[in-house]
Write a protein that binds this ligand. Structure first.
Ligand SMILES: Nc1ncnc2c1ncn2[C@@H]1O[C@H](COP(=O)(O)OP(=O)(O)OP(=O)(O)O)[C@@H](O)[C@H]1O
Length: 305
């Protein structure tokens, strides 16, 4: 793929602000505020944050999905700063650059496994991104490419003629992953890759992403509210809270020296063994919010830097 411009970083954002425009009775809503971060080539960056913190919005923008005409009626817009992905500045990106960008980015959307087209076979589903770009793509070569991809995600070739409803949740997620990777992207953006997957195979799915990332050397942004998931796959994590970046570094760096109360709460809950996910931290924050003495004491421990 031809990159937009020379850029050392597959993802680079600078003071990025993303907003949903007003629609219906809802006013404009800023979902991401002033985000600055970089993803290094070959790196896996985990994005951690509770529900509503802006993770999926960021995934939609960085993958280019937010700018596609079929992305739904209310699209998030960049209203401040800039994001550059694979060398393409996203603010005011045009159609032809968007096509080149989306060719280089594999998106595993949050509900990918549950929204596989029910009337298509696995072969058709995995082949679709290739044919969407080139209807005349050589069918023999494509069949080989699809079979190779299915094998790469550790599924038996017997599933090629199956329909999604004939597969388990873990198998469907592997098919979704095969589809996200079939064009050989430089960057994978995986939004909650274990959501909707049977709990018994969640580790296998995340470990598969990790293995494929090493084999194929793509860079990746893996989004999860579950630190245990990111621990298995990410080199560094970024923590988001209410649309703001509140932690960035290795997992140890982030939790050993928290510079935001939200991360400090999480660090304490992790140390006490009472939380492994942002939902559990949120629950513990609600429980302790009535106890002002404890809150003050807790916040005194936090480095305000
Ligand atoms: N179409 C929309 N219009 C207005 N606001 C929206 C829209 N979609 C999302 N939001 C808001 O943007 C914020 C961020 O949502 P987003 O889906 O990015 O969060 P998230 O961290 O991915 O949450 P989850 O983990 O539940 O998927 C939320 O407050 C949400 O209500």
């Amino acid at each position: 793929m031809t990159r937009g411009t020379t850029s050392a970083f597959p993802i680079s954002t600078s003071d990025l602000t993303i907003e949903y425009p007003p629609h219906g009775a809802s006013g404009a809503f800023v979902a991401v505020h002033g985000l600055t971060l970089k993803l290094a080539p070959g790196e896996v960056l985990g994005l951690l944050g509770e529900s509503g913190s802006g993770k999926s919005t960021l995934a939609r923008v960085l993958s280019g999905a937010a700018f596609s005409s079929d992305s739904g009626d209310v699209r998030p817009q960049i209203t401040g700063g800039e994001a550059t992905v694979l060398g393409f500045p996203l603010r005011r990106i045009g159609r032809s650059k968007l096509n080149r960008l989306t060719f280089g980015v594999g998106l595993l959307a949050q509900d990918a496994a549950d929204t596989l087209p029910s009337t298509m076979t696995v072969t058709e589903i995995v082949a679709e991104p290739v044919l969407a770009r080139d209807r005349r793509y050589n069918r023999t070569a494509l069949a080989t490419q699809v079979a190779t991809m299915i094998d790469a995600v550790r599924l038996p070739l017997a599933v090629l003629d199956s329909f999604p409803y004939q597969l388990s949740s873990g198998q469907r997620q592997r098919v979704a992953l095969a589809r996200a990777l079939v064009c050989g992207p430089e960057l994978l953006i995986a939004d909650e890759p274990t959501a909707g997957v049977d709990v018994t195979v969640r580790d296998a799915v995340i470990d598969l992403i990790s293995e494929l990332q090493r084999e194929r050397a793509f860079s990746a942004l893996v989004i999860s509210h579950d630190l245990a998931v990111l621990r298995r796959v990410a080199n560094r994590i970024a923590v988001m809270h209410q649309g703001v970046l509140v932690g960035l570094g290795t997992i140890d760096e982030v939790f050993d020296n928290p510079w935001h109360p939200y991360v400090a709460d999480m660090a304490r809950a992790l140390a006490a063994g009472t939380a492994g996910s942002t939902q559990q931290v949120e629950a513990s924050r609600v429980e302790t919010s009535d106890d002002e003495e404890l809150d003050d004491e807790e916040l005194d421990d936090v480095d305000p830097a």
